[in-house]
Ligand binder design. Sequence first.
Ligand SMILES: Nc1nc2c(ncn2[C@@H]2O[C@H](COP(=O)(O)OP(=O)(O)OP(=O)(O)O)[C@@H](O)[C@H]2O)c(=O)[nH]1
Ligand SMILES: [Mg+2]
Ligand SMILES: [Zn+2]
Length: 312
Amino acid sequence: MDTARQYDGRVIKSFGKRFIVQTSDGTFDCELRGRFRLTSEDTVNPVAVGDRVAIAVETPPYGVIEEIHERRNKLSRPEVIKPFREQILVANCDQLIVVGSVTKPKLKLGAIDRFLLGAENNGMQGVVVVNKVDLGYEKQMTRARDAYTMAGYPCIATSADSGEGIDELRELVKLKTSMFCGHSGVGKSSLVNALQPGLHVETGEISESTGKGTHTTTTIELHPLDFGGYIVDTPGLRVIGIWDLTQEDLPDLYPEFRSRADDCKFRNCMHIGEPDCAVREAVEAGEINRERYDGYLRIRDTLELRSTHPKG
Ligand SMILES: Nc1nc2c(ncn2[C@@H]2O[C@H](COP(=O)(O)OP(=O)(O)OP(=O)(O)O)[C@@H](O)[C@H]2O)c(=O)[nH]1
Ligand SMILES: [Mg+2]
Ligand SMILES: [Zn+2]
């Protein structure tokens, strides 16, 4: 006789073959029904942190994941050991909160742009947070505001130390799933702790490919917020979610280019010097931020053309 109780829940943490699933009735320690284990050869983890799942609980606190609900989006990377396999870092993440600091370390718009590309490339809302405004450096804040509000991104000034902007940030993350990213030392963990004191975020190990073969395991965790929503903290990374990009993909990932590209003479205009390019004209007219545009050219230079890319 099947006396198991059924719940819908969210995977908030995983340890190898075990998944912690949060439900309206608390959290359960779950494993997978056998049939999920042998899914696609191309995927490392058939169930990812962030997945919405149906579970059966017979002997609390243990349960079994019976079904994975359709994913709205996912953020993945090539698996470290077998790079042709996909490793999903997080599923169903609404926002990428891209954090920079006015100083210590100094503000790098190019770094923020790269993370925003990761958001655009994976169907997440990008949000820019410039932290440590208690240290002054108003010019840096203005520089960021010019670049990102013109591009259409929310851009807020915060200080985890003084509390400035924390209420505004809390409104932005409320009832959503948000992943904090940005270079090391900008104050991601401090902001997460300021949002919900006592959350006591410990960042797991997650490393990026350095091209030198130094990798470690990945531990990503969704922290439920008292006021609704989930937060994922990450340790300093340089990129996220753009490992498969080619030069041709890039223009579409800049909202302020996207909205003008229809007015370019050429349908596949890359906005790099073609005649009658509406994007270049907007840069000249001060309607597209020049630093963003120059950054676009620099990032483009680091990418391959599709014809030379495995995905081509
Ligand atoms: N003045 C000032 N210092 C801050 C602020 N936020 C964080 N810090 C300091 O900056 C340092 C780095 O903060 P963390 O929160 O650890 O930065 P992080 O982005 O999580 O860094 P990683 O985990 O290494 O990626 C710590 O010494 C914090 O005390 C702020 O708003 N103002
Ligand atoms: Mg941290
Ligand atoms: Zn153009």
